[in-house]
Design a protein around this ligand. Structure first.
Ligand code: GMT
Length: 377
């Protein structure tokens, strides 16, 4: 049995994919016998029930009256150092360069070189923030001072190198799904609540930020539903929701679209769909497409960022240039009007998710990185 480690994890506890990946990874590491300490400003939303080997340390921000802005980053760095010292952490694994890699760097200055820092880049820290000149130098510092850096796609590794001129090796660690949670669920009964038996279900799940191009989802759906009976299920909420509601009204689609709001049981909800739509402008990986894939649901979307590394065009879904809603709709119609073809895609989704993106494999990849930086290979 390899060494059991003490690992601190910091992430945005309430934020989409990166928070999910960080939390699920922590749970899996704890199951394997490592001691995992979450150091975050609130309880990670996917942490769930009590589990052996998992600890939560809340970062409290000092609101001293001379501070114009409460110094969250300094409180986090101090808390990381405190927990590292008290619990004798081996590793601080931070998700997102800003501010977490910088805080970990500060914590390491307080603790000493025996504390190793692993930083995972998830996307917008690079694709958006690294383009802001006021932040690029500090992001570069956080990356260069980490003992290991991982990114969730080859595309994100390339972007990090080109935007920040980073030479340091960056490990590829794809997003993953827990195969005990993500598998095709039997939702026959529930499906009738949303669509009749001759209707296909298209679905989109996101935080409705502009980068997700949810208006394209509506355009694709309008074209598909003009060709065959279909319903659209929209899951999640966010800044673009009012604009999307407006577009649905403009196109007269109100009676064919259901808004489900935020949902926790993604595996159950996604199993309702025939196709997941992901037409994003930027997407470093696209965890939701993997969640769909693991439930046997193919994706039709854009070829942005890391999506093509996940969705194999013509095998587990179809990808089109960003904004090409005509082509995306054609792809949906092709798949949905040929049952044999659809079954082949659905099976390929199950095989690929289990083979390349399963929890055992990716957890092992992270563990190998921890052992490497600790010199315990
Ligand atoms: O996609 C979002 O808006 C949430 C964002 C996040 O920071 O949680 O997701 C990013 O990280 C996920 C986990 O690695 C990736 O699967 C998403 O593709 C990535 N989002 C973007 O790059 C826009």
């Amino acid at each position: 049995m390899a060494d059991r480690l003490k690992i601190g994890i910091t992430c945005y506890p309430s934020l989409g994919g990166s928070g999910v990946v960080a939390t699920e990874l922590g749970k899996l590491l704890a199951e394997k016998g490592h001691q995992v300490h979450f150091i975050t400003h609130s309880m990670p939303f996917r942490l769930g029930k009590f589990q052996k080997n998992i600890y939560y340390h809340e970062v409290e921000v000092n609101d001293y009256y001379v501070f114009r802005y409460p110094p969250y980053d300094l409180s986090l760095a101090s808390k990381m150092a405190q927990v590292a010292k008290m619990q004798q952490l081996d590793i601080l694994h931070v998700h997102y360069a800003v501010p977490h890699a910088i805080c970990a760097f500060l914590a390491k200055q307080m603790i000493g070189d025996q504390l190793k820092v692993v930083t995972t880049l998830h996307g917008t820290d690079i694709t958006v923030l690294a383009q802001d000149e006021s932040l690029s130098d500090i992001i570069r510092l956080g990356i260069n001072q980490s003992d290991a850096v991982t990114a969730v796609s080859e595309d994100l590794i390339r972007e990090t190198r080109s935007l920040l001129a980073i030479d340091k090796p960056i490990d590829l660690t794809y997003n993953f799904v827990d195969k005990r949670v993500y598998y095709p669920r039997d939702v026959t009964g529930m499906r009738h609540d949303f669509a009749s038996s001759n209707e296909k279900i298209l679905m989109h799940i996101s935080n409705f930020r502009p980068v997700k191009r949810v208006s394209d989802v509506v355009e694709v759906f309008a074209k598909v539903s003009a060709a065959m009976p279909a319903k659209l299920l929209l899951v999640g909420e966010g800044p673009d929701l009012p604009k999307v509601q407006c577009k649905i009204r403009e196109l007269g689609l109100e009676d064919r679209v259901h808004f489900l709001g935020k949902q926790d049981d993604v595996a159950q909800v996604i199993s309702l769909a025939d196709i997941l739509l992901l037409p994003s402008e930027k997407e470093s990986f696209g965890l939701v497409a993997l969640e769909a894939m693991a439930c046997g649901v193919p994706t039709v979307g854009s070829n942005a960022g890391g999506i093509p590394e996940l969705v194999t065009h013509g095998e587990t879904g179809f990808l089109a240039p960003i904004g090409d809603t005509e082509l995306m709709a054609q792809y949906c119609i092709t798949m949905l009007s040929n049952e044999a073809l659809y079954k082949r895609f659905s099976q390929a989704c199950l095989d690929r998710s289990r083979f390349r993106f399963c929890n055992d494999l990716i957890t092992q990849e992270y563990e190998n990185i921890y052992y490497r930086v600790l010199g315990k290979e």
